[in-house]
Structure formats: C-alpha cells, structure tokens
Design a protein around this ligand. Structure first.
Ligand code: ZN
Length: 138
C-alpha cells in the first residue's frame, strides 16, 4: 500500500451558500463543482489547491453523518482523504491485517466517481480518514 498525496480535506459546513463565498472571494479559489451525494446525505462543493482539493460538505439531512457531526462538534475539518496508488481494496486489506478498524470493508462510490472507503477514527488517532482512488487515473 502506498499513499501518494492528500487527495482532499473534507470540511463540514452548515451552508454551502455562505461557505463558498469565503473560499472564492477571500481566498481566491474557484468552486469548480457542486454535487449531491445522496448516499451520504450531503451536498459537496469542490475547490482545487495544487493537486489537493477542498471538499465542503453540507448536510441534506440532520440525521446524516455530516448533520450529526455539526450537531456534536460544529463546523470544521471532518476528514482527511489520502490518494492510494495500488487500489482501495488492497489498502483496506493491508490495514485490516495491521489491526486498523475499518468503516467500509469494501470501496464504494464517492463524489467525482472516486472509489472511496473510510477508516474508523478509533484506529486513526482521532482523525476520520478516507482512502480514495480515481478509477480513471490508472
Ligand atoms: Zn471526502
């Protein structure tokens, strides 16, 4: 298993409408995509900083994972996503063998068509960690 770079940072926000202008007008980034991921009960907005993306996450349902996160902890960094080189499933197998607790035992589809899987924050020193791989970049 090899991590190549930080693919994105996931940031929970109450409202994309109020968060996007901060990133665009204050930081000078450009929102290049807004996408709803029904599965995760979120609407996402993407920005690029070099090869790393910022993924803003607005909950579409208070009972969804981001809705619950904001309820408990407020807005802020939600997860770190690493790009893996040799497949998400392979990385999950390797990490599981090393005793890391997984949220997803197999990759699923995330925003932008990426294959993604989450590791459990109990095993990752408090940071919800996502592994991802772009199936089109192989
Ligand atoms: Zn993510």
């Amino acid at each position: 298993m090899e991590l190549s770079h930080i693919e994105h940072l996931g940031i929970a926000v109450k409202s994309l409408e109020t968060a996007i202008p901060y990133y665009e007008e204050k930081l000078g980034l450009k929102c290049y995509a807004v996408e709803e991921v029904k599965d995760q009960k979120v609407k996402t907005a993407f920005f690029k900083v070099g090869q790393t993306k910022i993924e803003l996450l607005e909950s579409t349902d208070p009972e969804g994972p981001i809705g619950k996160f904001i309820e408990k902890k407020g807005e802020g960094i939600h997860h770190v996503a690493f790009a893996v080189k040799d497949g998400v499933q392979n990385a999950l197998n390797v990490l599981s063998d090393k005793g890391v607790q997984l949220i997803d035992k197999a990759p699923r589809k995330g925003a932008e068509g990426l294959n993604i899987a989450f590791l459990h924050p109990k095993s990752t020193v408090g940071v919800l960690t996502e592994l991802c791989e772009n199936p089109n970049e192989k």
